[in-house]
Design a protein around this ligand. Structure first.
Ligand code: AMP
Ligand code: MG
Length: 401
């Protein structure tokens, strides 16, 4: 199989992806979830004309010129004044309280003179400090759209619209497996030839930050039966996507492709024109998606950023298209070969321009430089040499966590 272009690989992964089903969640637990249906207000807000201030409800005609009015009662939030305001009368009123029948204007309390039940009013324009019925929204107004991410503000709005439960997309479940005899979990006893597994944590965190759910399958040794056993658990357990890291190349100890084939996975591709991340594997089986990420930590996380983030978005019914930002290079770059390059870089604002400065060493094992990067400079295949100050495209890394 020849090297597949990144865009083609992504297109194949996203082909035929349908959003997950709808589930209902309490509004108190819906933050960050994706709305599965448009929502219309079940009520009108405010449901009656209401006072915007603490003061006195009056008839505008009474206070067109200064006047003294008779206090006949009060209207507080949650406790309306039941009577009707007649000419020459006023009702004490507080913010959020319904306007009494007959009243159309509020005079703020700071501006009146009080002498027992006689209230002296300043000249006031009719309609001041009244919030009319439906100022905010009206029953039936479609205020939230399908495929909107429920931010704090939208959660508040949905609650105000009368929803205690919200229809959201089920979180797509990603099962993540690390493979390698050399791997141990952080905190575990570590042998002389071992290193700490990190990919699984980073990949799972990235997926969760995008609205997915993750299942940690732990570490499988470089043994086809052990890898297959772990994957079978996830296949039976309802994962939508099975993600492995490591063991995806052509070394003697790379078993992922054989294992996937033995499980009946139809391999779509397993090598792409990308650096870091050439040995990326993709397949499908029984409605499930299999992604074999490379083992090198930077390759694993950059491939997760480039392929799994759009996949989560597509599974949530969101637009999967990527936003590349324009920047200028902070260093010279040599001509590129046939692989699309993703260079770790820092970003800085200089004279209003975004400057992307690549790290001088880009080895795919160097996780520390990825940790210090703000973005990846994306260089298309065969890009000519470029000098500092020339335009480039960047893909945010940290902003997307
Ligand atoms: P592999 O793709 O299995 O040949 O692994 C490539 C490199 O990535 C090796 O140096 C592995 O030790 C390393 N590696 C593989 N899996 C992980 C992991 N989960 N966390 C950190 N490093 C890993
Ligand atoms: Mg390995």
């Amino acid at each position: 199989m020849s090297l597949l272009a990144v865009e083609d690989a992504l297109q194949r992964i996203l082909e035929g992806i349908r959003p997950t089903e709808t589930e209902s969640v309490p509004v108190a637990q819906a933050d960050g979830r994706v709305l599965a249906e448009p929502l219309a207000a079940t009520r009108t807000q405010p449901p009656w004309a209401t006072s915007a201030m603490d003061g006195y409800a009056v008839r505008g005609a009474d206070v067109a010129e200064a006047a003294t009015l008779n206090l006949i009662g009060q209207s507080a939030a949650g406790h309306r004044f039941e009577g009707e305001l007649k000419p020459g009368e006023t009702v004490r009123i507080f913010t959020g309280a319904p306007l009494p029948a007959g009243a159309d204007t509020i005079v703020i309390q700071e501006n009146v003179g009080v002498d027992g039940d006689l209230i002296t009013m300043p000249a006031t324009e009719t309609g001041r400090f009244v919030r009319p019925l439906g100022l905010d929204f009206t029953q039936g107004d479609e205020l939230l759209r399908e495929a909107e991410i429920l931010s704090s503000v939208r959660i508040a709005l949905a609650a105000a619209m009368g929803y205690s439960q919200l229809p959201v997309r089920r979180k797509p479940v990603f099962a993540v497996l690390s493979t390698g005899d050399e791997l141990v979990l952080p905190g575990e006893k570590i042998g002389p030839d071992q290193i700490i597994a990190s990919n699984n944590f980073g990949v799972a965190a990235l997926l969760r930050a995008q609205g997915g759910a993750s299942v940690d399958l732990g570490i499988a040794p470089d043994d086809p039966d052990a890898i297959a056993a772990k994957l079978r658990i996830a296949m039976d357990g309802g994962a939508d996507v099975l993600v492995t890291t490591g063991g995806a190349s052509v070394g003697d100890h790379d078993y992922v492709q054989d294992v996937l084939t033995s499980l009946g996975v139809e391999i779509g591709f397993w090598k792409i024109a990308m650096r870091p991340g050439k040995p990326l594997m993709f397949g499908r089986c029984g409605g499930k998606i299999f992604i074999g990420l490379p083992g090198n930590p930077v390759s694993a996380l950059v491939c997760a950023r480039v392929f799994l983030v759009p996949l989560v978005r597509a599974l949530l019914g969101l637009d999967a298209a990527e936003t590349y930002e324009d920047a200028i290079l902070g260093a010279d770059l040599p001509a590129n070969d046939q692989r699309q390059d993703y260079l770790r870089a820092t970003l800085a604002r200089e004279n209003g321009k975004l400057v992307a400065t690549p790290f001088s060493r880009q080895d795919s094992s160097m996780l520390a430089t990825l940790g210090q990067s703000d973005a990846l400079i994306v260089r298309p295949p065969h890009a000519p040499a470029a000098s500092s100050g020339m335009p480039c495209k960047v893909l945010r890394m940290q902003a997307i966590t």
